[in-house]
Design a protein around this ligand. Structure first.
Ligand code: ZN
Length: 75
């Protein structure tokens, strides 16, 4: 689910909004000013950092097969 963080250039209010079907908020919920600046999505930031750390299964300790202990059948 795409969640974007916006910051109002007018009053500095920050809020998160779920964008459905490309519909984005066009008014600040605090001051109803249309000068919104989209921030980096916290959802996307978490997803990218998580995938960067996911290096896949550890190599098999017995034969070093990079597919992991469940994939090598020699032992
Ligand atoms: Zn505002």
């Amino acid at each position: 689910m795409p969640i974007f963080e916006y910051r109002c250039d007018h009053c500095g209010h920050r809020f998160e909004a779920i964008v459905l079907n490309g519909r984005q908020p066009d008014l600040c919920p605090a001051c109803e000013h249309p000068d919104l600046r989209k921030q980096i999505s916290t959802f996307a930031a978490h997803a990218s950092s998580g995938s960067a750390m996911a290096a896949g299964p550890a190599p098999c300790g017995s034969c070093g097969d990079p597919r992991g202990p469940g994939s090598c059948r020699t032992h």
